[in-house]
Every structure is written in structure tokens, then in C-alpha cells.
Write a protein that binds this ligand. Structure first.
Ligand code: SF4
Length: 441
């Protein structure tokens, strides 16, 4: 078996040449990352890359199986592009059955498929340890080092999420949830530390440590495996409503957590309610306070343009950023993902189905305001964030003077100058679209 990692490939058209370097290959599985939001959104560039790879396989007469969130949603797109079989749902068991040559396989569309959707695996402990030896870890290390950031590797402990945020697509796992046992995760983690020696980890789970009692057991398993050795710092994703108890946050800190990203989405409870977020701004504020108290940094994902969102709601989001001064923010314009309630709500007004690239950030439907409003709103949030982080930047400069920290302080100052202008521009750009999708409720 040959594992070909396309992470650093600049040119999807070179896949044929890659295949030619491995003449023994007689079948190809193209596996998309089910944890990746970019793969769920599947901007046109990613689809085109998939098609180019399928074309290279077809030109060499190689049977291909393809999987990933976009494949689950649109198997025909990939079958039309030359795939022999397209997986709906989780890939691992299907892949093994396909390679074994079974005739009819549940969850498989294509010449030998039985259709339907593959049910997610419930026992993640039955999976072997990740085969890190197949990955060129040195390439990842150099990429991280070139970026100036500490070298971080990804690890998943769980699959799926049972919550119902109505814009969040779940093409692979639905609303199911399965988690690997803390003992097995610690085994994976210790092997990874020994083999790759990363500076940190990113747990890719939609919600880290969701299962009650899992975090305490993880803490105990780490103590047993590592003893007094330092914990590897990690970052993860969670929900604010799950971080209201100080004991939970203390356990996160004790296990090495250094940053938590929360889907805060909006500074307006009205919008959170319309999204079925089942979380409030007050909960976000409390979670951020507790995380800070335990030395854990915070990143907030923010969303603009949900139906019914007014100028006042966007200003409330800006005010939340100002108050909480998170270490990081991620801003996105609401994206209608197939299979979601949100998609159903806006489908009749959609002007396009996909972004070209993952940084497009433009509304694909009739949002409350026209597109330029969101360009300004995004900039405003970036200015607010930089200004809110200015005291931390100055502190860092005093602590360790240098060009890099000086540049950060100067950047904050530039954002400060731009902020009042952006506020005025936002108000000027706030001309409601009369054909916008109406607010919910
Ligand atoms: S909590 Fe996160 S992963 Fe779960 S439904 Fe909401 S946005 Fe999606």
C-alpha cells in the first residue's frame, strides 16, 4: 500500500505523475478529511482538484473509490467525473470491503455499490493507532517552522456532534457521537510524542471531551502514562455552555490545554436563538472568564449575515469582541451547507452554490445587506480585535522587546486609527436588501 499525502501539492494536475512513480498501484482511494470545514464547504477549487485526480486515475485505467463530506452530499458529481465508487458516510469499513472485492456494499454508490448511507462506527477503540510512519512529518515540521509558529500536529479523539446548530452540516456522522477511550488516546499521544516530538497538538474533535467523565479519565490516564513529565500543550474546540463549571476548566488546564476555540457566532442572543445555537452571549462571557482564570487562551468563531441580522446585531458582535479580547477570531459569512435547516431556509434565494476559495467570504444567498456590507463588517471586527489585543501586545513588547513584538504593537495602533472610519463606513453600507431572506420567528 502507498499513502500519498496531497497536503503540500500546489498542482492537482501533477497527480498522474505521482501515480506513475508507483507502478505497482492497481486501485486508488481518494479520501477527503471529514473533520475539515473547508472540505464540507468544498469550494470550487477543492472539487476541481478531486476531479483532476479522478481524471488521472481514469487515464491509467485505475479503479477509484472517493470519500469526504462533499462526496457524501453529491456522489454523482464524482461518479460523473470518473470515480468507480463514491462513499456516503464514514469511509474506513467501506474501504476495506471495497478492496476485498465485495459485490454490494452499504453506503457505496457506483458500479459495485448498494447505495444508502454507511452508519458511523460506534467503537472507535477498535481502530488501530494512527500510522504516523506513513506521513512525511519532517515536511509538516518545516512548514510550521517557516510560519514562525510552534509545530503542532492534529489528533482526533471523537467523531460527530449531537448538537443542532442549524447551519452546521453533518454529512458523515449525522448527529451521532463516538469517542475513543481516554486510555487509547493517551497511548496514541505518547507514541506521537516519542516519534515526532511536536511542540503541541490540535484536537480536531467538533467538541473536545464532550462525554461526561471523559476529561477526568483522560487526566488520570495522562498522570499514569507521563507521571511528572510535562504535558504537551494542546488546543481544542468546545462549546461555551459546556464550560460553565470551573472544575471542568481546571481539568482542561491540568491536561495541557492552552487554547480553546468557541463557536460564539454572534454577540446577539436573538441571532443565536435563530441559529438554534442553544447557547447565550452570557455563557460565552462566563466561559471566557473561567478559561482566562486558568491560563487558557480563547479563540472565537464569528458569523456574519445570518437571516435577520441587523446592523445593531453586528455592532453587538463587535462589542463582544471588544469586551472579551480573545486571543484569536475567525470570521465567516453564513454559508448554506446542503442538508441543513439554514440551507432550506435560504435555498430559494441562492445566487451561487459554492465559494471559489475558502477565503471568499461572500453571501451565497440574499443576506440582510449587500455583499460590500460584509466586507466592511469583517474589517471592523478585525480592527476591534486588534485594538482589544493592544494591551497584550504592549505587554509582550515590554516582556521581550524585538522587531516582531514591535510590529504587533504598531499594527494594533494602525487598526486603532482605522477603527472609527470602519464604524462610519459600516453604518453607511447598512442598506437593507428588500429581497433578503426574512428573519426567523
Ligand atoms: S456545536 Fe459545533 S459541531 Fe456541533 S452542531 Fe453546533 S456548530 Fe456544529
Amino acid at each position: 500500500m502507498v499513502f500519498i499525502d496531497r497536503m503540500f501539492s500546489e498542482d492537482p494536475g501533477d497527480f498522474g505523475a505521482v501515480l506513475d512513480r508507483h507502478p505497482g498501484i492497481d486501485a486508488v482511494a481518494i479520501i477527503g478529511d471529514d473533520h475539515s470545514v473547508a472540505m464540507k464547504q468544498c469550494p470550487a477549487a477543492i472539487r476541481q482538484a478531486g476531479r483532476a485526480m479522478l481524471a488521472a486515475c481514469a487515464a491509467r485505467g485505475l479503479p477509484t473509490l472517493v470519500s469526504g463530506p462533499d462526496v457524501s452530499d453529491h456522489p454523482d458529481v464524482y461518479l460523473d467525473a470518473g470515480a468507480t465508487a463514491a462513499v456516503s458516510g464514514e469511509v474506513q469499513e467501506v474501504l476495506i470491503e471495497w478492496l476485498d472485492g465485495h459485490r454490494a456494499i452499504e453506503g457505496l454508490h457506483g458500479t459495485r455499490g448498494a447505495g444508502g448511507r454507511r452508519a458511523p462506527m460506534s467503537d472507535l477503540d477498535s481502530l488501530p493507532a494512527p500510522a504516523w510512519n506513513l506521513v512525511d512529518l519532517a515536511a509538516y515540521r518545516s512548514a510550521w517552522e517557516a510560519s514562525g509558529a510552534p509545530w503542532e500536529l492534529n489528533l482526533s479523539t471523537a467523531r460527530g456532534c449531537p448538537y443542532r446548530c442549524n447551519w452546521c452540516a453533518k454529512p458523515t456522522w449525522g448527529r451521532s457521537y463516538a469517542v475513543r477511550s481516554p486510555g487509547r488516546v493517551v497511548e496514541d499521544l505518547v507514541a506521537l510524542i516519542d516519534q515526532a516530538k511536536p511542540d503541541g497538538l490540535w484536537f480536531t474533535d467538533d467538541i473536545f471531551a464532550l462525554k461526561p467523565g471523559w476529561l477526568a479519565a483522560f487526566h488520570a490516564a495522562l498522570d499514569e502514562a507521563l507521571g511528572p513529565r510535562p504535558r504537551l500543550p494542546y488546543r481544542c474546540l468546545s462549546r461555551a455552555d459546556l464550560l460553565q463549571d470551573e472544575g471542568v476548566v481546571a481539568l482542561l488546564a491540568a491536561t495541557g490545554c492552552r487554547e480553546v476555540w468557541l463557536g460564539a457566532e454572534s454577540g446577539s442572543d436573538r441571532i443565536l436563538e435563530a441559529m438554534d445555537k442553544d447557547c447565550t452571549v452570557a455563557e460565552v462571557e462566563r466561559a471566557v472568564g473561567l478559561l482566562r482564570r486558568h491560563g487558557i487562551g480563547v479563540g472565537l468563531f464569528l458569523q456574519l449575515g445570518y437571516p435577520g441580522e441587523s446592523l445593531a446585531d453586528v455592532e453587538a458582535t463587535a462589542s463582544m469582541v471588544r469586551r472579551l479580547a480573545p486571543e484569536g477570531i475567525g470570521i465567516s459569512v453564513s454559508y448554506p451547507l446542503p442538508g441543513t435547516v439554514f440551507h432550506e431556509r435560504v435555498a430559494a434565494t441562492m445566487t451561487d452554490t459554492h465559494w471559489e476559495g475558502s477565503m471568499d467570504n461572500r453571501p451565497l444567498f440574499r443576506a440582510p445587506y449587500r455583499e460590500p456590507f460584509y466586507t466592511v463588517a469583517k474589517r471592523l471586527l478585525q480592527h476591534e480585535h486588534a485594538v482589544a489585543r493592544a494591551p497584550a501586545a504592549v505587554e509582550a513588547l515590554v516582556r521581550s522587546p524585538g522587531r516582531r513584538s514591535l510590529r504587533r504593537v504598531l499594527a494594533c495602533a494602525a487598526h486603532g486609527l482605522a477603527l472609527p472610519v470602519a464604524r462610519r463606513r459600516l453604518r453607511r453600507a447598512a442598506r437593507p436588501d428588500p429581497d433578503a431572506v426574512p428573519a426567523v420567528g
